[in-house]
Ligand binder design. Sequence first.
Ligand code: SF4
Ligand code: SF4
Length: 201
Amino acid sequence: MAGTPVNNATPNERKLNFWERLYLPEIFKGLKYSASKMKLPTYAFAYPEEQFYPPDSYRGRPVLVEEEGRPRCVACGLCARSCPPLAISMQAHEVDDDIKEREPEWFEINMLRCIYCGFCEEVCPEEAIVMSKEYDMTFQHRDEAIFDLERLMVPKERLKDRLGFLEAQRNGQFGEKWDHKKSNNIHTLRNRLDYVKGADG
Ligand code: SF4
Ligand code: SF4
């Protein structure tokens, strides 16, 4: 309405007293409250000076398990199919120099898309992709966020914590249906029966 002042008091508005109109006492009250909270224990890390060491159940960036210099992965594509943001892509190829028939020719995870949900780990029939403890990643270009096979492969000896956690938690959950043995873990054998005999020692 033309001519109506912008800051007109409403009928229910309380009138400020002299000290409130000064503002200073309220400012000091606020400072006193903040100072009282400073004595409480803190739960935040002063990162990066203080590092966070995640527990084995932590879902950091997904990595591919490297076994005897090769990926355990048989490029079945299940992880890519189950990945909600479509972060995984790969191309399979046949291999002759290994007990497995297939391996990924290339394998990529776009870490700008990954939401660390762990579905890829959950569905992998080979326990070939697992969630690591790595959480601090920085990129200067979008291309740097696309991790290739070389960057994704981590020797299984360095993933003992997570593989042990999966063995204790997941395999227990599914009982005999998923008793994680190496003989269960090779799905693309030309001659599976020959291999299975000696696989678990
Ligand atoms: S953790 Fe989830 S989002 Fe990330 S690659 Fe695996 S399935 Fe995809
Ligand atoms: S589900 Fe496992 S074996 Fe299949 S492509 Fe993914 S990582 Fe490889």
